[in-house]
Design a binder for this molecule. Structure first.
Ligand code: BGC
Length: 414
């Protein structure tokens, strides 16, 4: 009988007949190299290994990802793209248009991503209707971090307006304390700039200026006021800021060498990795003004040959959006999960504030993509803006000149 005959086939013969299952492999390009970032990346590496994958790490140091994106371009141009790449915002669609991204819709559909991701996030992950990236988290950019003891000793509360911020900073300066911890890379200048711009322009004009590139708003008096405030910020930074990495600026706040830092909540990942507690050792508050600037980290898979690499891409995509990973990773990274169905019980007060403000701003129309972190604009446009921001911050250029230069740079980039 057939059944008996089948059962009689030795196991070893069956094993030879069955196609060999590809062992998942992934070379992963990312820029998570600071203490908190590396701890978070290790969560993903471990999860990948626990599920039978072999991970080849390709970290490219340099916050904000500028160096990583240069390395990526070189790899793709030489015909040797990494398997998976930390990529976000419109850069995902730009790479898709170059015909080098893999379609991961089969994983997305099998895992029901459409049911667990907010539409605003899912939209960033799609290329011509197909899923082409997997979201890891939601970082908020418009945060102020502070050293709790230093503020208390100086009799300063977390500022609610830019006037209060300036008054606090002037008081700290007079007492010989560096008010603002800052590093010396263009993306760090852009991060402070967009936080100031959100506060001073308000969400509606922020959208007009940095999402729609509306010329009138870019040239407005309010934009002049944004650069005026940036000139003040420059005065609140210590003399050694050029060349400093963002995480070293965070360490200055941690160690009481500076009072505040304006940075996305990956800074919280640094505080936590150093064993610091929110509300006790450090404070978090959104920058003065309304709105929420989001920055969603995600991974895109590049077209590669080999079943083992394709199996690696599928496994990685599946794990990244999995609920357990989204919880553990984001507890380390400082961000909140991209999935809406992950309980936040284990998260701290800053994460709860982020989730609450994100929900409210989504309803009120003030949930906005971060221009400084590549969520709002294509590279040519965001690069043109950042060039002006950093040229102004690092010189004695007037606000009028900066605004004129901004309008020209944006016009030329289109
Ligand atoms: C990324 C974060 C990262 C930060 C500093 C941001 O653009 O979204 O994940 O921690 O840069 O490197």
């Amino acid at each position: 009988m057939k059944f008996t005959a089948f059962a009689a086939v030795p196991a070893v013969a069956l094993a030879c007949a069955a196609p060999a299952l590809a062992e998942p492999q992934a070379e992963v390009l990312h820029w998570w190299t600071s203490g908190g970032e590396a701890k978070s990346a290790a969560v993903l590496q471990q999860e990948f290994a626990d599920n039978g994958g072999t991970w080849t790490d390709m970290p490219v140091a340099g916050g904000g990802g500028d160096a990583a994106m240069t390395a990526l371009r070189a790899r793709v141009l030489s015909g040797n793209a990494p398997t998976a790449v930390q990529l976000k915002g419109p850069a995902i669609q730009e790479w898709y248009e170059e015909g080098v991204l893999a379609d991961i819709s089969s994983v997305a559909e099998a895992e029901g991503w459409a049911d667990v991701l907010p539409e605003s996030i899912a939209d960033h992950m799609k290329c011509e209707g197909k899923w082409c990236a997997a979201p890891v988290n939601v970082h908020r950019v418009d945060w102020i971090w502070a050293n709790a003891a230093l503020l208390e000793a100086s009799g300063i509360d977390m500022p609610q307006t830019w006037e209060e911020f300036n008054a606090a900073a002037d008081k700290l300066l007079a007492a010989g304390v560096t008010p603002l911890a800052h590093g010396g890379q263009a993306w760090q200048d852009a991060t402070v700039f967009e936080a100031v711009a959100l506060g001073i322009l308000g969400p509606e004009d922020f959208r007009k200026a940095f999402v729609e590139l509306d010329m009138e708003t870019l040239k407005s008096d309010k934009m002049i006021a944004v650069f005026d405030q940036m000139r003040k910020m420059r005065g609140y930074v210590d003399a050694n800021f050029p060349g400093r990495d963002w995480n070293l600026a965070t360490a200055m706040v941690m160690n009481g060498e500076a009072a505040f830092q304006i940075m996305g909540d990956w800074a919280k990942g640094e505080f936590l990795a150093a064993g610091k507690e929110p509300g006790k050792d450090f404070l978090c508050a959104s920058v003065p003004g309304d709105g929420f600037l989001y920055n969603v980290d995600s991974f895109a898979m590049f077209e590669v040959d080999g079943e083992d690499k394709q199996a690696g891409q599928d496994l990685l995509a599946k794990l990244i959006v999995g609920p357990k990973f989204q919880e553990v990773f984001n507890l380390n990274k400082g961000s909140i999960p991209a999935r809406v169905d992950v309980e936040l019980d284990a998260f701290d007060t800053c994460a709860h504030l982020s989730a609450k403000d994100m929900g409210e701003s989504a309803e009120g129309g003030s949930l906005l993509p971060s221009y400084a972190h590549g969520m709002a604009l294509r590279g040519a446009q965001s690069g043109a803006i950042t060039d002006v921001v950093t040229a102004h911050f690092n010189s004695d250029m007037s606000s009028d000149e900066a605004v004129q230069m901004l309008a020209d740079a944006v016009a030329n980039s289109m």
